[in-house]
Design a protein around this ligand. Structure first.
Ligand code: T3D
Length: 263
């Protein structure tokens, strides 16, 4: 039997979920997204789970949507809709991360890109190894930041810097991400697993009611229209995906060259 694409481990109130497709830099596919949703639902139900940590195995957190799978899905049916793909997968995961009334912490090792980064930005807190590298990546394939990144990125980094990162897909390191407010803490790369566990553990000593009600209050204050925005973001992504740049962007990625966009 093949190993699970999402590993679960639970210790002293902390549920750790590990993206596990290291050979693909933990690129997200339908199976992994479904497993993530199921694990978040488990975390919601299970009283013994006080904090959730999301991490990646191997040398990265996640490289975003699996472009090979995405290409195959698009090719498999003329009725394939990017908006529906987002609404039925990543957007549900983002909504679940936000509605889960327990801290959800992303532990960033190596690269976080595309919708992998979006999921990290939707988490409550982020701790990064000093080997972490962040890149939006969407613009390189003619897309807009999705999975809530068009909201969480400007919220955390500010409008101008967020827009610049989204447009350029510039790769920034952990210290720059910290300076911009995209991550809460930076630790040396080898210590990340232990530091993330200790960080998560520290919240098990805080009143669970205070944690959950504070998260609810922040959500209501800052993200009152999250569900509606994710829906609209998906609609705009559909528009982006309808142009010729997406196909060229994906081809260029597969051929390991720079894209040559038509316009
Ligand atoms: O409907 C919808 O859901 C649309 C939603 C889209 C959401 C998105 O996430 S769009 C953005 C998708 N992600 C990207 O465009 C990022 C693509 N990856 C990269 O740009 C680079 O891999 C990284 C900057 C992330 C890391 O670069 P590097 O040099 O450290 O690693 P690498 O050599 O490029 O990648 C290592 C392997 O992982 C490589 O495979 P190989 O050649 O060794 O067999 C590479 O092809 C594979 N890989 C990396 N990213 C993806 C991937 N395979 C599939 N999908 C990927 N996203």
């Amino acid at each position: 039997m093949s190993e699970s694409v999402l590993l679960r481990s639970q210790h002293a109130g902390v549920l750790t979920l590990t993206f596990n497709r290291p050979e693909k830099l933990n690129a997200l596919n339908v199976e992994m997204t479904a497993a993530l949703l199921e694990a978040l639902e488990f975390a919601e139900r299970e009283r013994a789970v006080r904090v959730v940590v999301l991490r990646g195995s191997g040398r990265g957190f996640s490289a975003g949507q699996d472009l090979e799978e995405f290409f195959a899905l698009r090719a498999s049916s003329s009725r394939f809709s990017v908006a529906e793909h987002l609404r039925g997968g990543y957007n549900l995961a983002v909504l679940k991360i936000r509605s889960l009334e327990k801290p959800v912490i992303a532990a960033l090792n190596g690269v976080a890109a595309g919708v992998g980064l979006s999921l990290a930005l939707a988490c409550d807190l982020r701790i990064a190894g000093d080997d972490a590298a962040i890149t939006l990546g969407f613009s390189k394939i003619g897309l807009i930041p999705d999975g809530g990144a068009s909201l969480f990125l400007p919220l955390l980094a500010g409008f101008g810097r967020g827009l610049e990162l989204a447009w350029t897909s510039d790769r920034i390191d952990a210290h720059e991400a910290h300076r911009l407010g995209l991550v809460n803490r930076v630790v040396t790369a080898p210590t990340l697993p232990d530091e993330a566990a200790a960080y998560a553990q520290s919240f098990t000593g805080v009143s669970a009611a205070a944690l959950s009600l504070t998260k609810r209050a922040f959500n209501r204050a800052m993200l009152p229209h999250l569900a509606a925005w994710l829906d609209e973001e998906a609609r705009i992504q559909e528009e982006a995906a309808a142009g010729p740049d997406l196909a060229e962007g994906i081809r260029a990625f597969a051929e390991k060259r720079k894209p040559a966009f038509a316009r």
